[in-house]
Design a protein around this ligand. Structure first.
Ligand code: G6P
Length: 372
């Protein structure tokens, strides 16, 4: 009903707008005086956590993409190899699972059957299991050794938005907790990252204010047939998520690629007028990566692509080559995905709206897939 949507035109619009709170509520109570303590992780004991030698993250859809983002952070902070696998692929092969393997499942609903079966499988093979879940008391957390709940609040729209940013937040808290018990980062280094995380809700509120530019863009592009998304480093999973949102909501053929793969195939898709979203890494963090992505933009622009750049505010290098620039606030590199994904969510939602589609209930999809 209209009152449940709190004055918004759709649950999705409401949930997109709730993302600053989703992050803030997921952090709440887990940071004290610049130190992280996720009480739920005491279920393992610090010694067992410190002894973990490998992590496998599993999930489906948007949850799996949150896992790819977290891989970059957990490996950097905790120095443990992390692989990310789709739940349904993990289960039907013979993955290497030892008792020093931690399997982290990510699921908004906590009921996705493929993920549930993969968690049971991992547990039977002797892995420790941790669930990242948004639904209190759901089946997946009950089947896991420990759970870190995301506090995004109920997500009703089929396409996941606020759960994604909350999942990344929870996984970052986990990664920093792990870095503390393993002493792979100093207390000062951890405090710097936590401070960055605590600043994200306000930056998300800033990104939400660019909604109008994106709305216009989506309306101009309402007859677009195909859209490409390019990203690099943590921008790569953001590209995958941007493409997924567009498929789910606007029924447009969309693909996300790692920008470095461009010359290995995707560049053949570029023809005059082809819209390409490019998630540009900050030049402040890696001049090299930034330059490589700007050069990708030039290559595809020369072949007629229409570039929509998601770039850090003040990044002047992209301006001459981009048809549109959507600015995001300055953030440390690992935190950029939480901000950069928002314009892509809004774009998909607005394009679907421009096409007259139901953004909360896209055709053929279910909020939670409880069958295999
Ligand atoms: C469905 C939904 C997606 C979601 C995926 C995983 O496909 O439409 O939005 O990302 O399931 O759901 P989960 O509840 O496990 O996070």
């Amino acid at each position: 009903s209209a009152s449940e949507k709190g004055g918004w035109s759709s649950f999705m619009a409401k949930e997109v707008s709730e993302q600053p709170d989703a992050v803030a509520n997921t952090i709440r109570g887990r940071i004290h005086d610049g130190a992280v303590a996720v009480p739920e992780l005491t279920a393992f004991g610090d010694d067992a956590l410190a002894a973990i030698r490998r992590i496998t993250i599993i999930g489906c859809g948007t949850a799996a993409y949150a896992g790819i983002v977290a891989k970059y952070a957990i490996e950097k902070w905790a120095g443990i190899p992390v692989e990310v696998e789709l739940s349904h692929e993990f289960r039907y092969r013979d993955p290497v699972i030892t008792d020093d393997t931690l399997v982290i499942s990510i699921s908004q609903s906590g009921e996705t059957m493929d993920t549930l079966m993969a968690v049971k499988f991992a547990g039977e093979r002797g892995a420790k299991t941790l669930s990242i879940c948004n639904t209190q008391g759901a089946t997946i957390p009950r089947e896991s050794d420990a759970v870190i709940y995301t506090h995004a609040g109920p997500e009703v729209a089929v396409a996941s938005t606020k759960a994604f940013v909350a999942q990344i937040t929870a996984l970052y808290l986990f990664g920093l907790h792990l870095a503390r018990v393993r002493a792979s980062l100093s207390a000062e280094e951890i405090a710097v990252e936590l401070h960055e995380l605590e600043g994200i809700p306000e930056k998300l509120a800033t990104v939400l204010r660019t909604g109008e530019i994106i709305r216009q863009l989506a309306h101009w592009m309402s007859d677009t047939r195909a859209v490409l998304f390019l990203g690099r480093h943590v921008g790569f999973p953001v590209a995958l998520e941007g493409a997924l949102k567009l498929k789910e909501l606007a029924y447009i053929h969309a693909e996300g690629f790692a920008a470095g793969e461009l010359k290995h195939g995707p560049i053949a898709l570029i023809e005059p007028g082809q819209p390409v979203f490019v998630i540009v890494p900050s030049p402040r963090h890696s001049a090299l990566l930034h330059a490589k992505v700007v050069s990708n933009i030039q290559e595809i622009r020369a072949r007629g692509a229409r570039i929509i750049a998601i770039a850090e505010q003040g990044d002047a290098a992209v301006l001459p080559f981009a048809d549109e620039v959507i600015p995001i606030p300055l953030a440390a590199p690992l935190f950029e995905p939480i901000l950069a994904v928002v314009p892509l969510q809004i774009f998909a939602m607005e394009l679907a709206t421009a096409k007259g589609l139901d953004v909360d209930q896209p055709r053929n999809l279910a909020k939670s897939v409880t069958v295999e």
